[in-house]
Design a protein. Structure first.
Length: 248
């Protein structure tokens, strides 16, 4: 379903390529970030009263601002810079470079959602699988080793390689060019599949792309996106894979 009326009468199986967001959709980055922030949040009684939602939304806004201002900065460095800025603004804490680097290294403890791998194995039977992610090669290499069991991604386009971060529509334009040039797949055969309304569904809406929202429970980052639209809504990747299987 969509926020308004559905924009398509197509079936899920009418598409040939899924364009995935990775972090938040396939990998539980919010739990990873929150767990890595806990030592900072525990510094003051006031922050201990924050909800997980408040902490993550504040961190997410800070990260998005840094990405917009520094589009070529590697995501590992974005995380470190975000941590230092978040610590200074919210706790008047001057985090050291080492402390920020430890936080950025926590990406090695960002793990897939329980449903992700089995869903991707099923979906790989029906689609080309392309990752379009706001990350760098170092972090995605870690995640790829955790994810690729029983399938392989057909392509990964990363912010480090593209030179800008989503929601910049140029990331999606680059994805569409790869879909056409490398796989012979046209725009109307691509289904954007993502959790973040801000990072993925807003630019997909702008470019007239069909999309499926993976509305993960207790996910908070990337939801401030009043212009976003989507055509399907699933709570998990597993639910989406089951819906695709039911159509075949």
């Amino acid at each position: 379903m969509s926020l308004k009326e559905p924009r398509t009468t197509k079936k899920l199986t009418d598409f040939k390529l899924l364009c995935f967001d990775c972090y938040g959709t396939l990998i539980d980055w919010e739990s990873g970030i929150y767990n890595a922030l806990k030592s900072l949040l525990d510094r003051t009684p006031e922050s201990q009263a924050w909800s997980q939602k408040e902490a993550l939304e504040t961190f997410g806004r800070t990260e998005a601002e840094i990405q917009e201002k520094n589009p070529t900065l590697h995501y590992t460095d974005v995380l470190a810079k975000t941590y230092k800025q978040f610590a200074k603004a919210k706790f008047s804490h001057d985090a050291s470079d080492d402390e920020a680097d430890v936080f950025a290294a926590s990406t090695a403890q960002w793990y897939p959602f329980p449903d992700t791998i089995a869903a991707l194995v099923e979906l790989s039977k029906h689609y080309k699988l392309l990752v379009l992610s706001n990350t760098d090669r170092l972090i995605f290499a870690q995640s790829r080793r955790l994810l690729e069991h029983g399938f392989t991604f057909d392509k990964a386009l990363l912010a480090e390689d593209l030179g800008h971060y989503k929601p910049d529509p140029r990331n999606f334009e680059a994805m569409l060019k790869v879909a056409q040039d490398e796989f012979g797949i046209s725009k109307d055969e691509v289904l954007v599949t993502a959790q973040s309304l801000f990072h993925d569904h807003t630019p997909a809406t702008t470019l007239g792309l069909t999309s499926a929202w993976i509305a993960r429970r207790n996910a908070f980052m990337g939801h401030a996106a009043p212009e976003a639209r989507y055509d399907w809504k699933f709570e998990t990747m597993g639910d989406m894979a089951a819906a695709v299987k039911a159509e075949t």
